[in-house]
Design a protein around this ligand. Structure first.
Ligand code: MET
Length: 255
């Protein structure tokens, strides 16, 4: 007779959803997109269904770092967020990896009870019903330079799950003309969503993704190119922003 214990194990499992966490750090500022400059604590989950060629967070993506990912309950994550923020509610940024493959509904609900807000960053390949409980959903479909292919139906499902809840925005990394064309096309499919564009941050030749070195001049030239591109096109709804954290800290982790 193992049915009751199987059921109680399931109930226990549901009550203690475990999230794979790569790192929790802050407070710092959100470095990019719609919430740029806003103080935040980052919760970075481990594991991703994508392998972007220029991934800047491989330590949260590549399974060779898997041993560093800690299984944490929602309660343990919230305790750490509260400790880091001195128990003063702020906007928590959930990133990854792809955080959409983790069970995060409990964390959002428990955090809301304490006054915390939640912004989630994902490529939009996986949707969850708890998207509706977020405060902001940042969908960041990956352009051709990433080597990934966007599943438009999956992205539309993400937008639909969030339609009654958070503010949803689109964020694009743009390295070249093909990426720019991709961003225009993707944005035209979701005309109600605000668009944030940022120039790509090339990982220097031979360097690891986590390497600190960046070339700020090259980044500014890409920024200028992107602004020229957007204004020449009269794409007046798009926001163009640099990655502020890269300008300040390079590719350093934990800031
Ligand atoms: N996968 C998420 C996104 O695409 C988190 C950042 S990418 C490492 O927005």
């Amino acid at each position: 007779m193992n049915a009751p214990s199987a059921i109680s194990a399931r109930i226990r499992g549901a009550a203690e959803a475990v999230v794979r966490v790569s790192e929790i750090f802050g407070p710092t500022i959100q470095g990019e997109g719609a919430l740029i400059g806003l103080p935040t604590v980052f919760v970075r989950t481990g594991g991703c269904d994508y392998r972007c060629s220029w991934c800047d967070s491989l330590h949260a993506v590549d399974s060779r770092y898997r041993a560093d990912w800690k299984p944490m309950t929602s309660g343990a994550i919230l305790d750490e967020v509260r400790r880091l923020s001195g128990d003063r509610p702020l906007t928590v940024t959930i990133s990854g990896g792809n955080p959409a493959i983790q069970p995060l509904g409990d964390l959002i609900r428990q955090g809301h009870e304490r006054g915390y807000r939640f912004a989630l960053e994902t490529q939009g390949s996986v949707s969850q019903d708890w998207f509706a409980e977020l405060d902001m959903l940042v969908l960041s479909p990956k352009p051709p330079s990433s080597g990934m292919v966007t599943d438009w139906q999956a992205l539309a499902n993400c937008v639909a799950e969030a339609s009654a809840g958070p503010r949803t925005v689109l964020k694009f990394v743009v390295f070249d003309e093909a990426d720019y064309a991709f961003a225009r096309d993707a944005a035209s499919r979701f005309p109600a969503l605000a668009v944030y564009l940022q120039p790509g941050n090339p990982i220097p030749e031979g360097a690891e993704a986590e390497h600190e070195a960046v070339d700020p001049d090259a980044l500014m030239r890409r920024m200028e190119w992107l602004i020229d591109r957007v204004t020449a096109d009269r794409w007046f709804e798009a926001h163009v922003l640099p990655q502020l954290h890269v300008l300040i800290w390079g590719n350093r982790r934990g800031v």
